[in-house]
Structure formats: structure tokens, C-alpha cells
Design a protein around this ligand. Structure first.
Ligand SMILES: [Zn+2]
Ligand SMILES: [Zn+2]
Length: 465
């Protein structure tokens, strides 16, 4: 008995050893390293600031939801649900998926928590990772990050215009100046049905010229043929009937007033009749935000649209809604390309050096007292020699170095060294913090706990994970 147990144990160990440990994340996923965080910080801070200014409230929903939420919400016939979802069954037997987009989860939460009783419009903002089992390529990952804005409860086109404006503001505020907005209207349930028939008829007549995917799409998702990336398909799409020519009265007026609002906002838009977006839930307005380089090469940064039927489809009361998502990796690629400024975190202006056992002990507490009073301090506690600590202080270009030696630790004093003039003075410990603050000129001092940072820290950290 005990012998066989031993053998099994041994066998287990052996198989474990045989399995090589790959020191890399799964394909299509990546680390966001400390060096790159300044760009991520800039995106987080900018989107959170704009979300606040435009009245959006933050919401965070789970990364994992029941699979059928996406099947129902995003659409069975879409590539996202059909081919790209990370589906799995939990130990308890639940069929779940990693979210391939954020709107379905936000809508689920909206219904579940009865947000429909809140004063309209209800504006929600979220940020975090989404997952698509797609072919990885430049700027396209299987785990990627989005910022997502959704507005519930208004059908007026002025909301559509403001949502598009927010999307453009996010992009422009990040320093990406050459922004193009593409808009289209794909109509409502009523007029889309008629247009769909018309489109199917047209596509049937050109069926031989379509790629295999589009031949399959023809019946259940003909609109997708219009934004197929295959050359031959876009040629067919170019002469296809356009949804904007077949809108019902209500949809036509809605689209017309959207364009008037966009004109009023002086936003640079073009009408793209081929723009349909990949998801089933869109109605009326759809739009995309593009950036263009000097050679005219364009890259899509994100997009969105109106989805007046989705909340009802998911079991809530009929609620018009509109939203958009922007891909954070795409934004960062563009920021780097146009050499936009990343966020620069405040740098420490004070260095704390220590010498000797007692001073070393005291310095740990002094560090935290400085931190609590809002002074950003650097240290190199692990180093013993004062010379090597001062070298670090020099490299960090701090303005003041506080030196705590054996004598100072006994006397309850510290030395303040002005790193620019080299002047040193001895100060008693109880006056130290006030003096440091005064020396850094309280007004200009980079205070770690400044208001904007405090408001951002929590959410920002969330988005980072
Ligand atoms: Zn309509
Ligand atoms: Zn095609």
C-alpha cells in the first residue's frame, strides 16, 4: 500500500519535471512593464478626467460572465462570439466566457441593479482588459485593454453627438491631433429589415465575387459583408445599396440632426456608408474614430454606436442607449508615433540618507513621517556607506538630502544638505518636516497626495491590473 503510494508520488514529480516552464505569457498576451506605464497612466488619467467632466460614473464588472450574455447581447452570428470567445466550463459546471467587449456586462449590471430608476441619462464609464481569441498582429492582442463609455435612457441625437465628441476629446487630449470620425446610420429594427432584404438581393447577384466568409455571412449577417477587409468584397460593397438611403422617417431625421450637431461642434467627420460595425446590437448611429499619419495611412482607434434594443433584448425595460470603446494599445501606438507626451509622475525632491545602526533604525520611521506629510522622499536604505547613498541622491537630482548619522540619531537631530549650494545645517527632529516643506517652498512642492492624484489613484490602479 505504502509502496504504491510512493511510486505514484514519484511518477507525478517526474511528469512535472518533464513539462517545460515557458517563461512567457500565452500567445497574444503581454506584460505592461514599468517603463511603459507612463503612457498607460496618461491614458488612464485623461479618460478618467474626461469621464468625470462629462458626467460619467465609473463601473467595474467582472471579466468573466455567463457565455450566453455575449451570445445574446453581442450576437450569435458575429465573429466575436462564434470564433473569438474564450469559453470555458467552471468546476461547478457554469458555462462562462472572458468578456470579448464591455457593453454587454455593463448592460447586465444596469438591469440587475435597477439603474433604470436613476435620473436619465445614466452615463457609465469602465476600463480594463477584454479577450478575443484572434490572430495576434501589430497592435492587436488576445488580451487587450479598452476604455468604454455608455449612456442610457435618451434617444435624442444630441446624445449621439456628445458621445462622439467625448471619443474625439479622449483621442485629442492624448495628443493625437489628426482625428477623423466616420459615421453612418444603419437604421432601426423596422427599416433595417427592408434594407437587409435589398442588400441580400444585391449580394446574391454578386455572390461569385465574394470571399468564402462573406458567402457564409450573406444569409445571417449580410451587413458584415460591407466591412469585410478582402479587396474583392470591398469592391462589391462599394456599389451596394446604402443603408442611409433606406432609412425610415424617424431614423432619417435622427441621422440628419446628428450631422447638424457634429457640424455645430466642428468635429471632422465623414459619412462612411460601408461602416456597419461587427456587432448585432447596433441601431441607427454607428461611428469609428480614426487617426491618420502623414502618408495617409489610417488606423482605427475604436468606435461605437447606438444600441436601443439591447437592454430589452437582455430582459430589461426598453431603454435607448449609446456607447463606444477605445483600444488602449492602439491609442498608445499612436501616441508614440506622434511623439505625444506620456504622463510624468512627480519625482522625489528629497533624499534620506543614514549612517550607522541606530540611524538606520530611525530613518525607516522618519521616511514614513515625511511620506505622511506629503513629501515624496527617495532612499537607498540597503546601502551602508554615505558616499554611495549620496551618489544615488545626485543621480536622482534631488534638491535636499537629509542625513541621519549616529550622533544625530542620539541628539534627535538631522542634517539638511542643500544639494545645489552644498550648504548643510543641523535641525532638531521636531522642526525637520516643517523646515523641509518651507525649503521646498510649500506652494511649489510636488505633494504626493495632491487632489487629482488622490481621486485617480484607486481607479487608475484598477485599470492597470
Ligand atoms: Zn428606422
Ligand atoms: Zn469578404
Amino acid at each position: 500500500m505504502s509502496k504504491s503510494k510512493k511510486i505514484t508520488k514519484k511518477a507525478k514529480v517526474e511528469t512535472k519535471e518533464k513539462e517545460p516552464l515557458l517563461l512567457q505569457p500565452p500567445r497574444g498576451m503581454k506584460d505592461i512593464l514599468p517603463n511603459d506605464q507612463c503612457y498607460w497612466d496618461q491614458v488612464r488619467r485623461t479618460t478618467e478626467k474626461l469621464a468625470r467632466e462629462y458626467g460619467y460614473l465609473r463601473i467595474d464588472t467582472p471579466i468573466v460572465e455567463f457565455s450566453n450574455l455575449f451570445a445574446r447581447g453581442v450576437g450569435e452570428g458575429t465573429d466575436i462570439v462564434e470564433k473569438e470567445m474564450y469559453n470555458f466550463v467552471t468546476k461547478g459546471g457554469d458555462k462562462v466566457a472572458l468578456r470579448p467587449e464591455m457593453t454587454a456586462g455593463t448592460c447586465r449590471a444596469y438591469i440587475q441593479h435597477g439603474m433604470n430608476v436613476l435620473p436619465k441619462p445614466i452615463k457609465l464609464f469602465s476600463a480594463g482588459p477584454v479577450y478575443r481569441y484572434d490572430r495576434p498582429q501589430e497592435g492587436r492582442y488576445r488580451e487587450f485593454y479598452q476604455v468604454n463609455f455608455d449612456v442610457f435612457g435618451e434617444q435624442d441625437a444630441i446624445l449621439d453627438a456628445q458621445v462622439i465628441q467625448v471619443a474625439a476629446r479622449v483621442v485629442q487630449s492624448l495628443g493625437i491631433k489628426s482625428v477623423q470620425i466616420q459615421v453612418n446610420s444603419i437604421g432601426c429594427a423596422a427599416c433595417r429589415k427592408e434594407y437587409r432584404e435589398l442588400l441580400i438581393n444585391y449580394l446574391e447577384s454578386k455572390k461569385q465575387k465574394l470571399c468564402q466568409d462573406c458567402k457564409n455571412r450573406l444569409e445571417n449577417n449580410p451587413l458584415r459583408v460591407l466591412d469585410c477587409k478582402e479587396d474583392k468584397c470591398s469592391q462589391v460593397a462599394a456599389t451596394a445599396p446604402q443603408s442611409v438611403d433606406h432609412l425610415c422617417d424617424e431614423c432619417r431625421v435622427h441621422f440628419k440632426s446628428l450631422l447638424e450637431y457634429l457640424d455645430e461642434l466642428e468635429l471632422p467627420y465623414v459619412i462612411n456608408p460601408q461602416l456597419v460595425r461587427g456587432l448585432d446590437y447596433y441601431t441607427k448611429t454607428v461611428f469609428e474614430i480614426w487617426s491618420a499619419d502623414e502618408e495617409g495611412r489610417k488606423s482605427a482607434l475604436g468606435g461605437g454606436g447606438r444600441y436601443d434594443g439591447l437592454i430589452k433584448l437582455l430582459g430589461g425595460e426598453a431603454t435607448p442607449a449609446i456607447g463606444f470603446g477605445l483600444g488602449v494599445e492602439r491609442l498608445i501606438i499612436e501616441m508614440k508615433r506622434v511623439q505625444a507626451k506620456p504622463y510624468r509622475a512627480p519625482k522625489p525632491r528629497v533624499f534620506l540618507a543614514q549612517l550607522g545602526d541606530l540611524a538606520k533604525k530611525k530613518s525607516l520611521k522618519l521616511f514614513s513621517e515625511l511620506e505622511k506629510s506629503g513629501i515624496l522622499v527617495a532612499e537607498s536604505f540597503g546601502r551602508g556607506s554615505l558616499k554611495s547613498q549620496l551618489r544615488v541622491a545626485d543621480r536622482l537630482e534631488v534638491e535636499l538630502t537629509l542625513i541621519l548619522g549616529q550622533k544625530e540619531a542620539l541628539d534627535k537631530t538631522a542634517i539638511i544638505k542643500n544639494m545645489i549650494t552644498g550648504v548643510q545645517e543641523i535641525v532638531s527632529m521636531d522642526k525637520l518636516i516643517d523646515l523641509v516643506k518651507r525649503k521646498l517652498k510649500t506652494d511649489n512642492v510636488v505633494v504626493y497626495h495632491d487632489n487629482s492624484h488622490q481621486n485617480n489613484t484607486h481607479d487608475g490602479d484598477q485599470a492597470a491590473q
